[in-house]
Design a protein around this ligand. Sequence first.
Ligand code: ZN
Length: 119
Amino acid sequence: MRSHVSRCAPLEACGLLAGKNDRVESTLGVRNAERSPVRFRMEPRAQWHAFQRMEAAGLDLVGIYHSHPNGPDHPSPTDIAEALYPVAQIIWFRVDGRWRARGFQIQGGKVVEITLEFR
Ligand SMILES: [Zn+2]
């Protein structure tokens, strides 16, 4: 994830996290159709292909990630309004040039931070 968001900066990067039982097994970067530094919308075809690959591998959608190359370190009002899936939302942001990630559950306009564990 980190190399993907870093490569896409200063544009927002986005992608899907596939796995089982809240454990991520694979990261599927999806092209940001907006090509914007402040917005993302997964390119529908690329997103469809990512879901196909996930299904073929027998994995579930456990998270969605995107980056905020210029902050903030939390979901924007748009992120909250547009959160479609009840899965972990990972946001990547920079602190002194270094990428950091925070995780959130967003449901019905409510945002709750969740703990991320990196292996
Ligand atoms: Zn966002």
